[in-house]
Write a protein that binds this ligand. Structure first.
Ligand code: GLC
Length: 650
């Protein structure tokens, strides 16, 4: 026992008490497994205790709560299947498993991709061909009937949607994926459950224990006080943050839709419930939890109740729970927030490197689309340069599109720094991507117009936003060629950024938006469904038919992914900077790897650009080799970049 020496005096008391309790639970384990659990408990206890103490530490029963929690963790360790115990060891030895340059994520709705969980099994070759080493299965757990926010209103976290299969099918799929070297990510919707979840039903029926799982109010006094500073997530179809529940005779906090009841994380019982769910799903074979909408977990009067420090403490404690009981599991934070708030999901200050393993790089995604519309890299360069260095133990989730809308998370300060008005630029982007701006290549739609703030978020598939849909309709080959290059440009930026690239189903071959959702009454009000089309396997089959759009996008992307896997510089541990070339049209990154530097150059225009060779020479790249096209690049005073060109120079 080495680590115990480093525990603070306070934590040590609780550790010793918890250890005694854990030993009772661990009796069924083999001695070596018991030792391992104890070593892990000791190793991660301070992280756990710090996170919990910051949130629940003043409660008189705090030490007892910690003991109950550690008992639960011990039970999960006891229930852990043998193959997963082996995986725990592997990943304890290889803590950078999710940071490697071979990691490629693929994100899909199970129902849209394979029909059912078993249906997905039929497409494992497809995933392997793509080079996927990670899949995010959207949504799997049993959602409420009828409207359910695309599966993000969970009625039972321990069961699978019967339309998709059974919980055993989930286990079987995780196993089959693991055999092919593919990790499975599943959503853990932490901020809310469905109004039909047993907890909500019990709260409705007047059960005091479960009423304490939610924030409910007898009248409008408190809700009104909160509303003064709360923004609106769905101003259009779910205005306000509270819903009157007739059966309960009370207002209930509902940040998202009226049927999504926010969980009261101030109640430690909620924490325990979630830990039970995590343990159960981890033991089913889930490798990564996508912690949904985490920014909202903590409410504070007089604030926007987002990104509160308690959120980061809670996430730190949850991560420590996984590290102790099911260490093969990684946590990915979904916090779609502004740049200044985002970094805290990796932990800053005393939480440095302890909060989440992976977080979505929402800023990179937003800046990519912004740069493509304006054909200007300055705002992107400025905003991304402002990010502080990230801990070496984490990875960004880098994406171009996902199942959600795009909100223009561009701050007024960043815009002003490059001579733009934030409001005007955000408005331009909404006009541009909803197809209203003269000469736009994009075919998207406005999602959730908020008249109070002027905000207009955007829906639409990657291919439609990048111009493929419009070019195909117009039969314009030149426009099509440029649109395909835009898709590849955006993906090269994301894949070359050094985190886990997360490809969204269909984008790999240019699937355009689908308006069929309008016929489904449970979906028609939510135009995010336009970019959640069913997988078009016939179109996917054309990926090997030379000359088709599908083949052009797919092979372009395959080149990028192959290059990634042979570029060690793209391991997430490699420090990265965004370079300011003083060039308006070229975005540039620098990764400092022991093997030598890698400079990424990305021309965001449909014109030829030149970058002075001095930039490369300054980083020791006199004779640069492009990892993407696998050739030496001709440098005579400057490097030439073709329209939408991207170079990964080593
Ligand atoms: C996340 C999901 C989104 C959902 C929301 C509420 O942002 O990605 O689809 O609407 O959480 O659960």
């Amino acid at each position: 026992m080495q680590n115990v020496l480093f525990l603070t005096a306070d934590a040590r008391g609780r550790f010793e008490r918890a250890l005694v309790a854990a030993r009772e639970e661990l009796a069924a384990l083999a001695p070596r497994d018991r030792d391992l659990f104890e070593a892990r408990l000791e190793r991660w206890f301070q992280h756990l205790d710090d996170g919990l103490a910051a949130v629940y530490g003043r409660r008189p029963d705090f030490a007892e709560f910690v003991e109950r929690l550690v008992r639960a963790l011990a039970r999960h360790a006891v229930a852990r299947p043998e193959p997963l115990k082996r995986l725990d060891l592997e990943r304890d030895l290889t803590p950078d498993w999710f940071q490697r340059e071979r990691m490629v994520g693929y994100v899909f709705y199970v129902e849209r991709f394979g029909g059912t969980l078993r249906g997905v099994l039929e497409h494992l070759d497809y995933l392997e061909e793509l080079g996927a080493t990670y899949v995010h299965l959207m949504y799997v757990l049993r959602p409420r009937e009828g409207e359910n926010d695309g599966g993000y209103a969970i009625a039972d976290y321990l069961d699978v949607d019967p339309r998709l299969g059974t919980i055993d099918d989930l286990t079987a799929l995780c196993e089959a994926l693991r055999e092919r070297g593919i990790a499975t990510c599943v959503d853990l919707v932490l901020n809310h459950c469905a109004d039909t979840h047993a907890w909500a039903q019990a709260a409705r029926a007047g059960d005091e224990r479960y009423r304490g799982y939610f924030y409910t109010y007898p009248d409008r006094q408190e809700p009104d006080a909160f509303e003064r500073t709360l923004p609106e997530v769905f101003p259009d179809f779910a205005p306000g943050n509270f819903t009157w529940d007739e059966a309960m005779g009370r207002w209930v906090w509902t940040t998202f839709n009226a049927y999504q009841w926010d969980l009261a994380w101030s109640n430690p019982e909620v924490f325990l419930e979630v830990v039970e769910i995590m343990g159960a799903l981890a033991n089913r074979g889930v490798d990564v939890f996508r912690m949904d909408a985490v920014a909202f977990l903590w409410k504070r009067l007089g604030t926007d109740s987002q990104n509160q420090p308690e959120v980061h403490d809670l996430l730190q404690a949850l991560r420590a729970c996984s590290k102790i009981a099911t260490p093969a599991v990684a946590h990915k934070a979904e916090a779609i927030v502004s740049p200044g708030d985002l970094i805290h999901y990796f932990g800053t200050g005393r939480r440095y490197g302890k909060v989440a393993n992976v977080a979505y790089h929402n800023s990179l995604m937003v800046q990519t689309w912004s740069a493509l519309a304006s054909r200007d890299a300055r705002l992107m360069t400025h905003a991304l340069r402002a990010f502080p260095p990230t801990p070496s133990s984490i990875a960004w989730g880098c994406y171009v599109r996902c199942h959600d809308d795009i909100g223009w998370a561009i701050t007024d300060e960043d815009a002003a720094a490059v001579g733009l008005s934030g409001a005007a630029h955000r408005s331009f982007l909404s006009d541009f991507y909803s197809g209203q701006f003269p000469g736009t290549f994009a075919r998207g739609a406005v999602f959730q117009y908020n008249p109070a703030t002027g905000d207009r978020r955007i829906s639409g598939s990657c291919a439609s936003l990048a111009g493929i849909e419009a070019a195909l309709d117009a039969g314009d080959e030149q426009a099509l060629a440029l649109a395909i290059e835009r898709v590849l440009w955006a993906h090269a930026v994301a894949v070359g950024f050094g985190g886990i690239p997360l490809l969204y189903m269909g984008d790999e071959f240019g699937l355009v938006s689908d308006h069929g959702y309008l016929l489904d009454p449970d979906r028609s009000a939510d135009n995010r469904w336009m970019h959640r089309p069913a997988m078009d396997w016939t179109a996917a089959d054309r990926r090997h038919l030379p000359g088709t759009v599908e083949a052009r996008v797919y092979h372009g992307l395959a080149t990028i992914l192959r290059a990634r896997s042979r570029t060690p510089h793209l391991h997430a541990q490699t420090p990265q900077e965004v370079l300011d070339l003083g060039h308006e049209r070229v975005f540039a990154t620098l990764r400092r790897h022991p093997l030598g530097p890698m400079v990424g150059l990305y021309n965001v225009t449909e014109d030829v650009q030149r970058v002075s060779a001095t930039v490369l020479e300054a980083h020791g790249l006199g004779q640069p080799y492009d990892q993407l096209e696998q050739r030496f690049v001709d440098v005579r005073g400057s490097v030439l970049l073709r329209p939408y060109d991207r170079l990964w120079l080593v």
